[in-house]
Design a binder for this molecule. Structure first.
Ligand SMILES: *[C@@H]1O[C@H](CO)[C@@H](O)[C@H](O)[C@H]1NC(C)=O
Ligand SMILES: *[C@@H]1O[C@H](CO)[C@@H](O)[C@H](O)[C@H]1NC(C)=O
Length: 263
């Protein structure tokens, strides 16, 4: 079951009435300030408050700028991706036959990168197989491209099931991919609360899905893809002939360059 529609709960009143506005909250807090005190004590309190606020301003300034610095650290560690893509959670009725799935930006071989020893050292990466055309680089597969490959494995399974075709991927390969995607979801532990009920895009729909019409913030896949292409390992095992040597798989640079010839 891919789409899990459900019946929303009936609601008597618009949701806005259920939640207190900011004004309500402010009013509820006020009585604390209006206790009966001598006017001298009141003046003292105000003075102390002003002092305290000034002190806060002086002492908090470095903390605030430190936190601004921290915000920059929210970028991802390896490629410095920031969550600067806003995407709406929306119904997507594209079928498995859509060209979108075949877009080269999802090509797992584009995710094979050759990273310099310097980059590997700076980022504390474990050692990896040497890149055949530059002995100061090692080969890594970017995680997102591996996960995307797994998504595409299940796309193929759906097509094969629908069209009564033999399975191109083994059960082991598919199970590996299922585990990989489960681990991704668990590792991300996405805490975005998706609204429930007849709101957003599905205000007037009979069947509703939590969160449809709600925005979320994503990393820029195209930025990751650019990093991959800039550091390509020129690998494409799908294009080597059966009788070719292993190293020939590293002769398919996306930009058509020929690093094995040298200059
Ligand atoms: C996100 O930010 C990076 C730079 O930090 C930039 O290269 C990329 O193009 C931005 N993406 C979008 C969709 O704005
Ligand atoms: C591999 O086989 C093809 C024919 O199928 C042949 O043209 C090619 O030269 C062979 N390549 C190598 C490296 O032996």
């Amino acid at each position: 079951m891919v789409q899990s529609g459900y019946e929303p709960l009936r609601q008597e009143e618009p949701a806005t009435k259920e939640f207190p506005t900011d004004a309500h909250q402010v009013q509820r807090v006020e009585p604390h300030l209006q206790s009966k005190k001598q006017s001298t004590i009141w003046t003292l309190t105000v003075l102390l408050l002003i002092l305290s606020l000034t002190a806060n301003l002086i002492y908090l300034t470095p903390i605030i700028s430190w936190q601004r610095g921290q915000a920059k650290e929210d970028r991802s560690y390896f490629v410095h991706l920031s969550k600067n893509v806003t995407k709406m959670i929306a119904p997507d009725d594209r079928t498995v036959d859509d060209e979108m799935w075949q877009n080269p930006r999802y090509n797992i071989y584009h995710g094979m990168v050759a990273l310099s020893d310097e980059y590997v050292r700076e980022h504390n990466l474990p050692p990896a197989q040497r890149y055949p055309w530059d002995s100061s680089k090692s080969i890594y597969l970017l995680h997102g491209f591996h996960s995307m490959h797994c998504v595409l494995v299940f796309r193929q399974l759906i097509i094969e099931t629908r069209d009564n075709l033999l399975h191109g991927y083994s059960i082991e390969h598919m199970t590996h991919c299922l585990q990989a995607l489960r681990e991704d979801v668990e590792c991300k532990a996405d805490d975005l609360p998706r609204f429930v009920g007849r709101y957003g895009l599905e205000k007037d729909s009979a069947v509703v899905h939590p969160g449809h019409g709600q925005n979320r913030h994503c990393s820029d896949w195209d930025q990751l893809h650019r990093f991959a292409l800039e550091n390509t390992a020129c690998y494409d095992e799908s294009r080597v002939q059966a009788n070719a040597s292993l190293v020939d798989a590293y002769k398919f640079c996306p930009d058509g360059s020929t690093p094995w010839i040298g200059d």
